[in-house]
Design a protein around this ligand. Structure first.
Ligand SMILES: Cc1cc2nc3c(=O)[nH]c(=O)nc-3n(C[C@H](O)[C@H](O)[C@H](O)COP(=O)(O)OP(=O)(O)OC[C@H]3O[C@@H](n4cnc5c(N)ncnc54)[C@H](O)[C@@H]3O)c2cc1C
Length: 283
């Protein structure tokens, strides 16, 4: 197996174009498991860890651009105040070792329906920046996933970054159900982003459909039903209907981690809970 080790972004893109069979590797927390279990035997690995710009983040206008190689630990430590929903999800990923190595770009690259970064990115309306020697394009996260472990990423493309609006007083929450409290793949997960300035609601559902997805009918209902002016307590019937609409947006299956019926029920509970937390936490 060849090991390609570019040290600049241009070299990485050129290597990706010249070796479409090479598997990109960032933190390696998914790739190395696949290699160790012999599920994958690629002709080459394309190591991205020396491409420094992938590990940087910064602001551009009113958006944050977070390099695909920024690990979860740094999302929590450096961006927890600006991207609270993503940071909450990052805190639930694996163990300290996995959070130290694993990246949001790698989560997107794996495109697992259970990837924990996906629901908060969906809720925040983030975009994925994809690049190749042909150029750069930005794809909304809601259009990125095409099936279980499949995405719109072309064979010659790499994930450069995610673009996301910092929360700036928005209420963001993430909740995940697992069979234990740590080192667990989500049975289902849910992210919510309430933006009082725009009066919008964003949602993201994980591990309850072939791809991570938004609950658009629930978003529209809640944006119209919340009393954004008085910010009084959320009426129980509004919370219940929001939970029902979130559950009905999912398309879960029965598997070793849980049944479809349990996942739908749990999602309605997570939706109501995160709504109470996020609404109560608005400034
Ligand atoms: C013990 C353990 C616990 C875990 N717990 C969780 C968990 O709780 N929640 C969770 O969501 N995940 C979990 N994971 C899975 C994994 O840690 C995450 O998916 C992580 O985000 C992967 O990031 P990485 O940088 O390690 O990716 P890598 O393993 O390096 O790559 C993953 C995939 O993305 C591709 N890729 C990486 N970077 C790029 C790029 N820039 N452009 C294009 N493609 C790219 C790779 O080719 C590969 O297909 C766990 C894994 C382990 C081993």
């Amino acid at each position: 197996m060849d090991f390609l080790q570019p040290s600049t972004w241009d070299e990485a893109l050129a290597a990706r174009a010249a070796h479409p069979g090479a598997v990109p590797i960032a933190g390696g927390t998914d790739v190395m498991v696949e290699l160790n279990f012999d599920r994958r035997r690629p002709p080459a690995l394309l190591d991205l860890t020396r491409v420094t710009p992938l590990t940087e983040w910064g602001t551009d206008g009113d958006l944050l651009r977070v390099g695909s190689g920024v690990p979860y630990r740094r999302i929590i430590e450096e961006l927890g105040d600006r991207l609270p929903g993503l940071a909450m999800a990052a805190r639930t990923v694996g163990s300290p070792q996995i959070r130290n190595r694993g990246t949001v770009g790698g989560n997107l690259g794996s495109a697992s329906p259970a990837g924990d970064a996906h629901p908060p990115l969906l809720a925040a309306g983030a975009e994925v920046e994809l690049a190749s020697v042909r150029g750069v394009r930005r794809v909304p996260v809601r259009e990125f996933f095409t099936g279980p472990k499949r995405s719109v990423l072309a064979p010659d493309e790499l994930i450069a970054a995610v673009w996301v609006r910092p929360s700036a007083g928005a209420g963001e929450q993430f909740a995940k159900i697992g069979t234990r409290n740590a080192m667990v793949i989500a049975v289902c997960s849910f992210a919510l982003a309430l933006d009082p300035a725009r009066r919008t609601v964003g949602t993201g559902i994980g591990s309850a459909a072939p791809t991570p997805l938004r609950a658009t009918a629930a978003e529209e209902f809640l944006a119209g039903a919340l009393d954004w002016d008085s910010r009084g307590a959320v009426p129980p019937d509004v919370a219940a209907e929001f939970g029902r609409l979130v559950a009905s947006a999912a398309a879960p299956i029965d598997d070793v981690r849980g049944t479809a019926a349990y996942r739908r029920h749990a999602l309605s509970v997570l939706a109501r809970r995160t709504l109470t937390w996020a609404w109560g936490g608005l400034p």
